[in-house]
Write a protein that binds this ligand. Structure first.
Ligand code: SF4
Ligand code: SF4
Length: 114
């Protein structure tokens, strides 16, 4: 796999903040305390001036994410994708992810490339 060829796309609209990806990633890579391959950030709860509440979980891969290269070589999905019950994470080529994002036209999607 060439560097930058594959990535993770995360549509955090339906992320429940369950932390399964975070925990699964740490266990898969046997990371020491304090290290994370992905972190769940949180915006809110916060009341906008229009009366609408903002409360969003945003999963963000860190510099320690290697896109689960060992698992992928063994034809398995990255651990975070495998454990996400909400199905908000996709692993694919950057070209394919970009097409999916273009088709979806949403403002809650992010693509991470390694
Ligand atoms: S792709 Fe693998 S290393 Fe990267 S965040 Fe997901 S589980 Fe962790
Ligand atoms: S496993 Fe999925 S739903 Fe749970 S925190 Fe991670 S991205 Fe969000």
């Amino acid at each position: 796999m060439a560097k930058g060829e594959y990535g993770l796309m995360i549509d955090y609209e339906f992320c429940s903040g369950c932390h399964a990806c975070e925990v699964g990633c740490k266990m898969e890579h046997q990371m020491p305390k304090g290290d994370f391959g992905i972190k769940i950030l949180q915006d809110g709860p916060r009341l906008n001036s229009n009366g609408k509440w903002e409360y969003t979980y945003i999963p963000v891969p860190t510099s320690l994410c290697d896109l689960c290269s060992a698992r992928v070589k063994a034809n398995k999905l990255p651990t975070c994708v495998h454990h996400c019950q909400a199905g908000v994470m996709v692993y694919d080529t950057v070209a394919e992810l970009t097409e999916k994002a273009k088709r979806a036209k949403k403002d809650t999607m992010a693509i991470f490339v390694r």
